[in-house]
Design a protein around this ligand. Structure first.
Ligand code: NAD
Length: 491
Protein backbone atom coordinates (compact mmCIF):
# COMPACT_ATOMS: atom_id res chain seq x y z
CA UNK A 1 0.00 0.00 0.00
CA UNK A 2 1.35 3.52 -0.79
CA UNK A 3 2.35 5.73 2.16
CA UNK A 4 -0.94 7.60 2.12
CA UNK A 5 -4.41 6.59 1.09
CA UNK A 6 -5.93 8.99 -1.46
CA UNK A 7 -9.47 10.30 -1.03
CA UNK A 8 -11.20 12.53 -3.59
CA UNK A 9 -12.44 15.76 -2.04
CA UNK A 10 -15.18 18.02 -3.44
CA UNK A 11 -15.74 20.98 -1.11
CA UNK A 12 -19.01 21.87 -2.86
CA UNK A 13 -20.92 25.14 -3.17
CA UNK A 14 -22.31 27.74 -0.77
CA UNK A 15 -21.22 26.85 2.77
CA UNK A 16 -19.44 23.74 1.38
CA UNK A 17 -15.91 25.20 1.27
CA UNK A 18 -16.19 26.63 4.83
CA UNK A 19 -17.40 23.43 6.46
CA UNK A 20 -14.93 21.33 4.45
CA UNK A 21 -12.06 23.53 5.66
CA UNK A 22 -13.33 23.21 9.22
CA UNK A 23 -13.46 19.41 9.00
CA UNK A 24 -9.99 19.18 7.44
CA UNK A 25 -8.57 21.33 10.26
CA UNK A 26 -9.99 18.83 12.78
CA UNK A 27 -8.64 15.90 10.73
CA UNK A 28 -5.23 17.56 10.67
CA UNK A 29 -5.22 18.03 14.46
CA UNK A 30 -6.26 14.38 14.92
CA UNK A 31 -3.45 13.08 12.68
CA UNK A 32 -5.71 11.90 9.84
CA UNK A 33 -3.64 13.77 7.26
CA UNK A 34 -0.57 11.69 8.20
CA UNK A 35 -2.33 8.73 6.59
CA UNK A 36 -4.76 10.24 4.10
CA UNK A 37 -4.19 12.60 1.20
CA UNK A 38 -7.25 14.54 0.03
CA UNK A 39 -7.19 15.29 -3.71
CA UNK A 40 -9.55 18.07 -4.72
CA UNK A 41 -11.83 17.43 -7.70
CA UNK A 42 -13.95 19.84 -9.79
CA UNK A 43 -17.65 19.41 -9.18
CA UNK A 44 -20.77 21.45 -8.65
CA UNK A 45 -21.85 24.93 -9.62
CA UNK A 46 -18.71 26.00 -11.48
CA UNK A 47 -18.76 22.88 -13.65
CA UNK A 48 -22.50 23.27 -14.34
CA UNK A 49 -21.89 26.92 -15.27
CA UNK A 50 -19.16 25.81 -17.68
CA UNK A 51 -21.88 23.86 -19.52
CA UNK A 52 -21.29 20.30 -18.26
CA UNK A 53 -24.78 19.00 -17.36
CA UNK A 54 -23.29 16.21 -15.21
CA UNK A 55 -21.75 18.85 -12.91
CA UNK A 56 -18.41 17.04 -12.76
CA UNK A 57 -15.37 16.98 -15.00
CA UNK A 58 -13.94 13.84 -16.67
CA UNK A 59 -10.85 14.28 -14.51
CA UNK A 60 -13.02 14.26 -11.36
CA UNK A 61 -14.66 11.01 -12.50
CA UNK A 62 -11.22 9.47 -13.15
CA UNK A 63 -9.92 10.42 -9.70
CA UNK A 64 -13.04 9.10 -7.92
CA UNK A 65 -12.85 5.85 -9.86
CA UNK A 66 -9.17 5.50 -8.96
CA UNK A 67 -9.59 6.18 -5.23
CA UNK A 68 -13.04 4.64 -4.63
CA UNK A 69 -13.87 7.25 -1.99
CA UNK A 70 -15.34 10.73 -2.34
CA UNK A 71 -15.77 13.15 0.57
CA UNK A 72 -18.08 15.92 -0.52
CA UNK A 73 -19.71 19.09 0.66
CA UNK A 74 -23.21 20.10 -0.44
CA UNK A 75 -23.79 21.08 -4.08
CA UNK A 76 -26.60 23.03 -5.65
CA UNK A 77 -28.82 21.53 -8.31
CA UNK A 78 -29.36 23.96 -11.20
CA UNK A 79 -33.06 24.73 -11.53
CA UNK A 80 -34.17 24.22 -15.14
CA UNK A 81 -31.70 23.94 -18.02
CA UNK A 82 -31.60 20.12 -17.99
CA UNK A 83 -28.95 19.68 -15.27
CA UNK A 84 -29.88 16.79 -12.95
CA UNK A 85 -29.04 16.67 -9.22
CA UNK A 86 -25.33 15.92 -9.03
CA UNK A 87 -25.93 14.19 -5.71
CA UNK A 88 -28.30 11.67 -7.30
CA UNK A 89 -26.08 11.34 -10.42
CA UNK A 90 -23.05 10.52 -8.27
CA UNK A 91 -24.84 7.79 -6.29
CA UNK A 92 -26.25 6.19 -9.40
CA UNK A 93 -23.17 6.51 -11.62
CA UNK A 94 -20.89 4.90 -9.08
CA UNK A 95 -23.34 2.24 -7.85
CA UNK A 96 -23.44 3.61 -4.30
CA UNK A 97 -26.63 1.64 -3.63
CA UNK A 98 -26.89 2.10 0.13
CA UNK A 99 -27.44 5.32 2.01
CA UNK A 100 -26.56 5.00 5.68
CA UNK A 101 -27.50 7.74 8.15
CA UNK A 102 -27.12 7.87 11.89
CA UNK A 103 -29.45 9.90 14.07
CA UNK A 104 -28.41 10.37 17.67
CA UNK A 105 -29.17 12.71 20.53
CA UNK A 106 -26.19 15.02 20.87
CA UNK A 107 -25.34 16.62 24.21
CA UNK A 108 -25.87 20.38 24.26
CA UNK A 109 -28.31 20.19 21.33
CA UNK A 110 -31.72 20.90 22.77
CA UNK A 111 -34.68 19.13 21.15
CA UNK A 112 -38.19 18.15 22.26
CA UNK A 113 -36.83 14.67 22.97
CA UNK A 114 -33.70 15.75 24.87
CA UNK A 115 -35.92 17.89 27.11
CA UNK A 116 -38.25 14.93 27.67
CA UNK A 117 -35.31 12.64 28.43
CA UNK A 118 -36.05 10.37 25.45
CA UNK A 119 -32.76 9.22 23.92
CA UNK A 120 -32.65 8.94 20.12
CA UNK A 121 -30.06 6.65 18.57
CA UNK A 122 -30.90 4.79 15.37
CA UNK A 123 -29.72 4.25 11.82
CA UNK A 124 -31.67 4.59 8.57
CA UNK A 125 -30.56 2.45 5.63
CA UNK A 126 -32.13 3.78 2.44
CA UNK A 127 -31.95 2.16 -0.97
CA UNK A 128 -30.24 4.72 -3.17
CA UNK A 129 -30.59 3.73 -6.81
CA UNK A 130 -34.06 2.32 -7.60
CA UNK A 131 -37.65 3.44 -7.04
CA UNK A 132 -38.85 6.71 -8.57
CA UNK A 133 -35.30 8.13 -8.53
CA UNK A 134 -34.69 6.96 -12.08
CA UNK A 135 -36.63 10.12 -12.84
CA UNK A 136 -38.38 8.22 -15.65
CA UNK A 137 -41.45 10.35 -16.22
CA UNK A 138 -43.83 10.87 -19.11
CA UNK A 139 -46.73 13.07 -20.02
CA UNK A 140 -49.19 10.54 -21.40
CA UNK A 141 -52.11 12.80 -22.28
CA UNK A 142 -52.65 16.54 -21.88
CA UNK A 143 -53.88 15.74 -18.34
CA UNK A 144 -52.01 12.63 -17.23
CA UNK A 145 -48.40 12.19 -16.10
CA UNK A 146 -46.60 9.09 -14.83
CA UNK A 147 -43.37 8.34 -13.02
CA UNK A 148 -41.92 4.88 -13.24
CA UNK A 149 -41.16 3.16 -9.93
CA UNK A 150 -38.63 0.38 -10.45
CA UNK A 151 -38.04 -2.12 -7.65
CA UNK A 152 -35.92 -5.20 -8.39
CA UNK A 153 -35.16 -8.37 -6.48
CA UNK A 154 -31.35 -7.93 -6.75
CA UNK A 155 -31.72 -4.29 -5.63
CA UNK A 156 -33.82 -5.35 -2.62
CA UNK A 157 -31.37 -8.14 -1.74
CA UNK A 158 -28.40 -5.79 -1.95
CA UNK A 159 -29.88 -3.17 0.38
CA UNK A 160 -31.38 -5.63 2.86
CA UNK A 161 -28.13 -7.58 3.08
CA UNK A 162 -26.22 -4.31 3.56
CA UNK A 163 -28.58 -3.40 6.43
CA UNK A 164 -28.16 -6.73 8.19
CA UNK A 165 -24.38 -6.80 7.68
CA UNK A 166 -24.06 -3.24 8.99
CA UNK A 167 -26.28 -4.06 11.98
CA UNK A 168 -24.08 -7.06 12.73
CA UNK A 169 -20.88 -5.01 12.43
CA UNK A 170 -22.27 -2.26 14.67
CA UNK A 171 -23.68 -4.69 17.28
CA UNK A 172 -27.29 -3.73 16.50
CA UNK A 173 -29.71 -6.52 17.40
CA UNK A 174 -32.96 -5.39 15.72
CA UNK A 175 -33.71 -4.26 12.15
CA UNK A 176 -37.09 -2.84 11.10
CA UNK A 177 -38.35 -2.88 7.51
CA UNK A 178 -40.56 0.09 6.59
CA UNK A 179 -42.84 -0.42 3.58
CA UNK A 180 -46.23 0.11 1.97
CA UNK A 181 -46.76 -3.52 0.93
CA UNK A 182 -50.45 -3.33 1.82
CA UNK A 183 -51.01 -1.04 -1.19
CA UNK A 184 -48.03 -1.69 -3.50
CA UNK A 185 -48.12 -5.47 -3.26
CA UNK A 186 -45.67 -6.15 -6.06
CA UNK A 187 -43.02 -3.45 -5.47
CA UNK A 188 -43.08 -2.91 -1.72
CA UNK A 189 -44.29 -6.50 -1.34
CA UNK A 190 -41.06 -7.69 -2.97
CA UNK A 191 -38.99 -5.37 -0.78
CA UNK A 192 -40.63 -6.90 2.32
CA UNK A 193 -40.37 -10.49 1.05
CA UNK A 194 -36.67 -10.09 0.34
CA UNK A 195 -36.14 -8.45 3.75
CA UNK A 196 -37.61 -11.60 5.33
CA UNK A 197 -35.62 -13.85 2.99
CA UNK A 198 -32.26 -12.15 3.65
CA UNK A 199 -32.96 -12.02 7.42
CA UNK A 200 -32.70 -15.82 7.47
CA UNK A 201 -28.92 -15.44 7.06
CA UNK A 202 -28.81 -13.34 10.26
CA UNK A 203 -30.72 -15.39 12.87
CA UNK A 204 -29.10 -13.46 15.73
CA UNK A 205 -30.83 -10.23 14.58
CA UNK A 206 -34.46 -9.65 15.53
CA UNK A 207 -36.69 -8.35 12.71
CA UNK A 208 -39.99 -6.53 12.45
CA UNK A 209 -41.83 -4.75 9.66
CA UNK A 210 -44.07 -1.74 9.82
CA UNK A 211 -46.18 0.15 7.32
CA UNK A 212 -44.52 3.44 6.44
CA UNK A 213 -47.27 5.76 7.72
CA UNK A 214 -47.38 3.97 11.08
CA UNK A 215 -43.58 4.10 11.16
CA UNK A 216 -43.64 7.90 10.79
CA UNK A 217 -46.10 8.22 13.66
CA UNK A 218 -44.13 5.80 15.86
CA UNK A 219 -40.90 7.67 15.14
CA UNK A 220 -42.44 10.89 16.43
CA UNK A 221 -44.09 9.21 19.44
CA UNK A 222 -41.37 6.73 20.45
CA UNK A 223 -38.13 7.27 18.50
CA UNK A 224 -36.24 5.31 21.16
CA UNK A 225 -37.98 2.10 19.97
CA UNK A 226 -35.87 1.91 16.81
CA UNK A 227 -32.28 0.80 16.21
CA UNK A 228 -32.05 0.40 12.43
CA UNK A 229 -34.70 0.93 9.75
CA UNK A 230 -34.34 -0.22 6.14
CA UNK A 231 -36.43 1.50 3.48
CA UNK A 232 -36.94 1.93 -0.25
CA UNK A 233 -35.55 5.10 -1.83
CA UNK A 234 -38.34 7.70 -1.69
CA UNK A 235 -39.76 6.51 1.63
CA UNK A 236 -36.20 6.43 2.99
CA UNK A 237 -35.59 9.97 1.77
CA UNK A 238 -38.62 11.27 3.65
CA UNK A 239 -38.03 9.25 6.82
CA UNK A 240 -34.36 10.37 6.90
CA UNK A 241 -35.34 14.01 7.05
CA UNK A 242 -38.05 13.29 9.61
CA UNK A 243 -35.38 11.52 11.69
CA UNK A 244 -33.01 14.49 11.31
CA UNK A 245 -35.74 16.66 12.82
CA UNK A 246 -35.82 14.42 15.90
CA UNK A 247 -32.17 15.13 16.71
CA UNK A 248 -32.03 18.86 15.99
CA UNK A 249 -32.11 19.25 12.21
CA UNK A 250 -30.17 18.41 9.09
CA UNK A 251 -27.01 20.02 10.47
CA UNK A 252 -26.52 16.92 12.67
CA UNK A 253 -27.24 14.12 10.25
CA UNK A 254 -24.29 12.35 8.65
CA UNK A 255 -24.69 10.42 5.45
CA UNK A 256 -22.69 7.71 3.71
CA UNK A 257 -23.48 6.33 0.28
CA UNK A 258 -21.88 2.93 0.10
CA UNK A 259 -21.30 0.81 -3.00
CA UNK A 260 -19.38 -2.38 -3.59
CA UNK A 261 -16.57 -0.38 -5.21
CA UNK A 262 -17.09 3.33 -4.66
CA UNK A 263 -18.47 5.14 -1.61
CA UNK A 264 -19.46 8.76 -1.10
CA UNK A 265 -19.53 10.52 2.27
CA UNK A 266 -21.46 13.78 2.36
CA UNK A 267 -23.35 16.33 4.44
CA UNK A 268 -27.10 15.83 4.03
CA UNK A 269 -28.05 19.49 4.19
CA UNK A 270 -27.85 21.77 1.18
CA UNK A 271 -25.57 24.65 0.30
CA UNK A 272 -27.36 27.10 2.65
CA UNK A 273 -26.84 30.09 0.32
CA UNK A 274 -28.47 32.38 2.92
CA UNK A 275 -25.50 32.02 5.30
CA UNK A 276 -22.65 31.17 2.89
CA UNK A 277 -19.34 32.91 3.45
CA UNK A 278 -20.36 34.34 6.84
CA UNK A 279 -18.65 31.88 9.20
CA UNK A 280 -22.09 30.81 10.49
CA UNK A 281 -22.38 27.26 9.12
CA UNK A 282 -22.42 24.19 11.32
CA UNK A 283 -19.83 21.64 10.11
CA UNK A 284 -21.20 18.80 12.31
CA UNK A 285 -23.05 16.90 9.55
CA UNK A 286 -20.00 16.85 7.27
CA UNK A 287 -17.73 15.98 10.20
CA UNK A 288 -19.95 13.06 11.29
CA UNK A 289 -20.06 11.84 7.67
CA UNK A 290 -16.26 12.08 7.69
CA UNK A 291 -16.22 9.89 10.80
CA UNK A 292 -18.25 7.18 9.01
CA UNK A 293 -15.64 7.51 6.23
CA UNK A 294 -12.71 7.13 8.65
CA UNK A 295 -14.35 4.01 10.12
CA UNK A 296 -14.92 2.73 6.56
CA UNK A 297 -11.15 2.86 5.92
CA UNK A 298 -10.29 1.34 9.28
CA UNK A 299 -9.42 4.52 11.25
CA UNK A 300 -11.84 3.51 13.99
CA UNK A 301 -9.67 4.78 16.84
CA UNK A 302 -9.18 8.24 15.32
CA UNK A 303 -12.89 8.45 14.43
CA UNK A 304 -13.89 7.62 18.02
CA UNK A 305 -11.47 10.23 19.43
CA UNK A 306 -12.88 12.94 17.13
CA UNK A 307 -16.47 11.88 17.89
CA UNK A 308 -15.86 12.10 21.64
CA UNK A 309 -14.28 15.51 21.23
CA UNK A 310 -17.29 16.71 19.22
CA UNK A 311 -19.66 15.38 21.91
CA UNK A 312 -17.57 16.98 24.68
CA UNK A 313 -17.48 20.30 22.82
CA UNK A 314 -21.25 20.38 22.29
CA UNK A 315 -21.82 19.25 25.87
CA UNK A 316 -19.68 22.10 27.17
CA UNK A 317 -22.00 24.56 25.41
CA UNK A 318 -19.89 25.45 22.37
CA UNK A 319 -22.16 25.49 19.33
CA UNK A 320 -22.97 27.30 16.09
CA UNK A 321 -25.96 29.63 15.68
CA UNK A 322 -28.32 27.06 14.17
CA UNK A 323 -28.24 25.04 17.42
CA UNK A 324 -30.70 25.67 20.20
CA UNK A 325 -28.26 25.37 23.11
CA UNK A 326 -27.04 27.24 26.12
CA UNK A 327 -24.71 30.24 25.78
CA UNK A 328 -23.78 32.45 22.85
CA UNK A 329 -23.11 30.74 19.51
CA UNK A 330 -19.66 30.72 17.92
CA UNK A 331 -18.65 30.76 14.26
CA UNK A 332 -17.67 27.79 12.07
CA UNK A 333 -13.92 28.35 12.59
CA UNK A 334 -14.13 28.73 16.37
CA UNK A 335 -16.34 25.64 16.64
CA UNK A 336 -13.83 23.56 14.65
CA UNK A 337 -10.93 24.98 16.70
CA UNK A 338 -12.68 23.96 19.93
CA UNK A 339 -13.13 20.39 18.66
CA UNK A 340 -9.46 20.28 17.64
CA UNK A 341 -8.44 21.53 21.09
CA UNK A 342 -10.68 19.04 22.91
CA UNK A 343 -9.28 15.96 21.17
CA UNK A 344 -8.69 13.32 23.84
CA UNK A 345 -11.59 14.51 26.03
CA UNK A 346 -14.77 12.47 26.52
CA UNK A 347 -18.38 13.55 27.09
CA UNK A 348 -19.60 13.26 30.67
CA UNK A 349 -23.40 13.32 30.42
CA UNK A 350 -23.68 10.58 27.80
CA UNK A 351 -21.63 7.55 26.95
CA UNK A 352 -18.98 8.44 24.40
CA UNK A 353 -17.80 6.26 21.52
CA UNK A 354 -15.68 3.27 22.55
CA UNK A 355 -12.08 3.96 21.47
CA UNK A 356 -10.36 0.90 19.93
CA UNK A 357 -6.70 0.29 20.79
CA UNK A 358 -5.44 1.23 17.33
CA UNK A 359 -6.36 2.19 13.80
CA UNK A 360 -6.18 -0.56 11.23
CA UNK A 361 -6.18 1.25 7.90
CA UNK A 362 -7.26 -0.79 4.92
CA UNK A 363 -8.96 0.13 1.71
CA UNK A 364 -8.73 -1.55 -1.65
CA UNK A 365 -9.15 0.90 -4.54
CA UNK A 366 -11.66 -0.32 -7.12
CA UNK A 367 -10.68 -2.36 -10.13
CA UNK A 368 -12.51 -0.84 -13.09
CA UNK A 369 -14.91 -3.51 -14.44
CA UNK A 370 -14.53 -4.19 -18.17
CA UNK A 371 -18.30 -4.75 -18.53
CA UNK A 372 -21.30 -3.75 -16.43
CA UNK A 373 -22.21 -6.33 -13.81
CA UNK A 374 -25.52 -8.04 -14.58
CA UNK A 375 -27.35 -8.87 -11.34
CA UNK A 376 -30.01 -11.58 -11.49
CA UNK A 377 -31.80 -13.45 -8.73
CA UNK A 378 -34.48 -15.62 -10.31
CA UNK A 379 -32.86 -17.54 -13.14
CA UNK A 380 -35.24 -20.49 -13.45
CA UNK A 381 -38.68 -18.88 -13.65
CA UNK A 382 -41.24 -20.15 -16.16
CA UNK A 383 -42.90 -17.11 -17.74
CA UNK A 384 -45.91 -17.13 -20.05
CA UNK A 385 -47.59 -14.20 -21.75
CA UNK A 386 -51.30 -14.11 -20.88
CA UNK A 387 -52.43 -10.76 -22.25
CA UNK A 388 -51.65 -7.06 -22.32
CA UNK A 389 -52.46 -3.86 -20.49
CA UNK A 390 -52.88 -1.10 -23.07
CA UNK A 391 -53.19 2.47 -21.85
CA UNK A 392 -55.23 4.84 -24.00
CA UNK A 393 -56.09 8.48 -24.25
CA UNK A 394 -59.89 8.63 -24.43
CA UNK A 395 -62.91 10.56 -23.19
CA UNK A 396 -65.39 7.79 -24.16
CA UNK A 397 -67.60 6.40 -21.41
CA UNK A 398 -66.43 2.99 -20.13
CA UNK A 399 -69.47 1.31 -21.75
CA UNK A 400 -68.83 2.86 -25.19
CA UNK A 401 -65.12 2.15 -24.97
CA UNK A 402 -65.76 -1.49 -23.99
CA UNK A 403 -68.17 -1.98 -26.92
CA UNK A 404 -65.58 -0.69 -29.42
CA UNK A 405 -62.73 -2.72 -27.93
CA UNK A 406 -64.78 -5.92 -27.78
CA UNK A 407 -65.54 -5.63 -31.49
CA UNK A 408 -61.92 -4.88 -32.19
CA UNK A 409 -60.54 -7.99 -30.45
CA UNK A 410 -63.17 -10.45 -31.77
CA UNK A 411 -60.73 -11.95 -34.29
CA UNK A 412 -57.76 -12.09 -31.86
CA UNK A 413 -56.87 -14.70 -29.18
CA UNK A 414 -57.76 -12.10 -26.52
CA UNK A 415 -60.87 -10.87 -24.73
CA UNK A 416 -61.36 -7.56 -22.94
CA UNK A 417 -61.52 -8.25 -19.19
CA UNK A 418 -61.21 -4.94 -17.33
CA UNK A 419 -61.12 -1.20 -17.93
CA UNK A 420 -59.66 0.89 -15.13
CA UNK A 421 -59.19 4.62 -14.72
CA UNK A 422 -56.48 5.86 -12.34
CA UNK A 423 -56.26 2.27 -11.07
CA UNK A 424 -59.98 1.89 -10.25
CA UNK A 425 -62.16 -0.59 -12.16
CA UNK A 426 -64.85 1.17 -14.22
CA UNK A 427 -65.88 -1.74 -16.46
CA UNK A 428 -67.45 -4.38 -16.45
CA UNK A 429 -68.62 -3.10 -13.06
CA UNK A 430 -67.84 0.11 -11.26
CA UNK A 431 -69.36 3.01 -9.41
CA UNK A 432 -70.89 6.05 -11.15
CA UNK A 433 -69.20 8.12 -8.44
CA UNK A 434 -65.73 7.27 -9.79
CA UNK A 435 -64.51 10.39 -11.56
CA UNK A 436 -62.67 9.79 -14.81
CA UNK A 437 -59.66 11.36 -16.50
CA UNK A 438 -58.74 11.08 -20.17
CA UNK A 439 -56.27 8.22 -19.68
CA UNK A 440 -57.32 4.67 -18.92
CA UNK A 441 -56.01 1.12 -18.89
CA UNK A 442 -57.70 -1.62 -20.88
CA UNK A 443 -56.74 -5.17 -20.02
CA UNK A 444 -56.94 -7.98 -22.57
CA UNK A 445 -56.49 -11.58 -21.47
CA UNK A 446 -56.31 -14.82 -23.43
CA UNK A 447 -59.66 -16.34 -24.30
CA UNK A 448 -58.20 -19.78 -23.62
CA UNK A 449 -54.97 -21.75 -23.85
CA UNK A 450 -51.62 -20.07 -24.29
CA UNK A 451 -49.80 -17.95 -26.83
CA UNK A 452 -46.18 -18.37 -27.75
CA UNK A 453 -44.18 -15.26 -26.99
CA UNK A 454 -45.44 -11.70 -27.06
CA UNK A 455 -46.07 -11.49 -30.84
CA UNK A 456 -49.88 -11.84 -30.59
CA UNK A 457 -50.06 -9.01 -28.01
CA UNK A 458 -48.08 -6.78 -30.36
CA UNK A 459 -50.56 -7.57 -33.17
CA UNK A 460 -53.38 -6.70 -30.75
CA UNK A 461 -51.62 -3.43 -29.93
CA UNK A 462 -51.40 -2.59 -33.64
CA UNK A 463 -55.16 -3.15 -34.02
CA UNK A 464 -55.94 -0.95 -30.98
CA UNK A 465 -53.51 1.73 -32.18
CA UNK A 466 -55.39 1.98 -35.50
CA UNK A 467 -58.42 3.31 -33.61
CA UNK A 468 -57.05 4.89 -30.41
CA UNK A 469 -54.11 6.95 -29.15
CA UNK A 470 -52.04 4.46 -27.19
CA UNK A 471 -50.08 5.96 -24.29
CA UNK A 472 -48.46 2.82 -22.90
CA UNK A 473 -48.27 -0.92 -23.62
CA UNK A 474 -47.36 -3.63 -21.13
CA UNK A 475 -47.58 -7.34 -22.01
CA UNK A 476 -48.82 -9.12 -18.86
CA UNK A 477 -47.21 -12.38 -17.83
CA UNK A 478 -47.51 -15.29 -15.40
CA UNK A 479 -44.37 -16.21 -13.45
CA UNK A 480 -44.39 -19.88 -12.42
CA UNK A 481 -48.17 -19.64 -12.66
CA UNK A 482 -48.42 -16.51 -10.47
CA UNK A 483 -49.82 -13.33 -12.07
CA UNK A 484 -47.16 -10.64 -12.60
CA UNK A 485 -49.75 -7.85 -12.59
CA UNK A 486 -51.99 -6.22 -10.03
CA UNK A 487 -55.78 -6.22 -9.99
CA UNK A 488 -57.62 -2.94 -10.44
CA UNK A 489 -59.20 -1.47 -7.31
CA UNK A 490 -62.72 -2.86 -7.06
CA UNK A 491 -61.85 -5.84 -9.31
P1 NAD B 1 -30.39 23.92 2.73
O1 NAD B 1 -30.15 22.67 3.51
O2 NAD B 1 -29.24 24.45 1.99
O3 NAD B 1 -30.90 25.07 3.72
C1 NAD B 1 -32.10 24.97 4.50
C2 NAD B 1 -31.94 25.84 5.76
O4 NAD B 1 -31.04 25.20 6.67
C3 NAD B 1 -31.34 27.22 5.47
O5 NAD B 1 -31.94 28.16 6.32
C4 NAD B 1 -29.87 27.05 5.83
O6 NAD B 1 -29.26 28.25 6.28
C5 NAD B 1 -29.93 26.02 6.96
N1 NAD B 1 -28.71 25.18 6.98
C6 NAD B 1 -28.42 24.16 6.13
N2 NAD B 1 -27.24 23.61 6.45
C7 NAD B 1 -26.77 24.29 7.50
C8 NAD B 1 -25.58 24.19 8.27
N3 NAD B 1 -24.64 23.28 8.03
N4 NAD B 1 -25.42 25.07 9.28
C9 NAD B 1 -26.35 25.97 9.57
N5 NAD B 1 -27.50 26.13 8.89
C10 NAD B 1 -27.70 25.29 7.86
O7 NAD B 1 -31.61 23.61 1.75
P2 NAD B 1 -32.15 24.47 0.51
O8 NAD B 1 -32.08 25.94 0.84
O9 NAD B 1 -33.45 23.83 0.18
O10 NAD B 1 -31.16 24.12 -0.67
C11 NAD B 1 -30.13 24.99 -1.13
C12 NAD B 1 -29.36 24.30 -2.25
O11 NAD B 1 -28.73 23.11 -1.76
C13 NAD B 1 -30.23 23.84 -3.43
O12 NAD B 1 -29.55 24.15 -4.63
C14 NAD B 1 -30.34 22.34 -3.27
O13 NAD B 1 -30.49 21.69 -4.51
C15 NAD B 1 -29.01 22.01 -2.63
N6 NAD B 1 -29.01 20.75 -1.84
C16 NAD B 1 -27.90 19.99 -1.90
C17 NAD B 1 -27.81 18.83 -1.12
C18 NAD B 1 -26.56 18.01 -1.19
O14 NAD B 1 -25.58 18.45 -1.75
N7 NAD B 1 -26.54 16.79 -0.62
C19 NAD B 1 -28.87 18.48 -0.29
C20 NAD B 1 -29.99 19.31 -0.22
C21 NAD B 1 -30.05 20.46 -1.00
Amino acid sequence: MPDKLTIALAPGDGIGPEITKACLSIFQAAGVLDHVEFTEVDMGRKVFNDGDTRGMTDEAVEIIEATGILYKGPMGTPIGGGGKSINVTLRKTFGAFANLRHFQTLPGVETVYSRAGVPVDFYVVRENVEDTYGGIEHRLTPDAYTAKRIITTPGCDQINRFAFETAKAFGIDRVTCGHKANIMKMTDGTFLDRFKFISQDFPEIETEDVIIDALCMNLVLRPDKYKMIVLTNLQGDIVSDLAAGLVGGLGFAPSANIGDQISIFEAVHGTAPDIAGQDLANPTSLLLSGLIMLRHIGMRKTAAIIENSLLYTLESGVHTGDVKGKGEPVGTKAFAAAIAQNLGKNPETIEGAAVPASDDISHTPPVRPSVNLMMTTHEQVQTTVCGADIFLETTLTPLDLAAKLQRLCETTPFKLTVISNRGTQVWPTGSPYTELVNECCVRFELKEGTVIGQGPTVHLLAKVAEKFTVTEFIPIRMYDGVPGFSLAQGQ
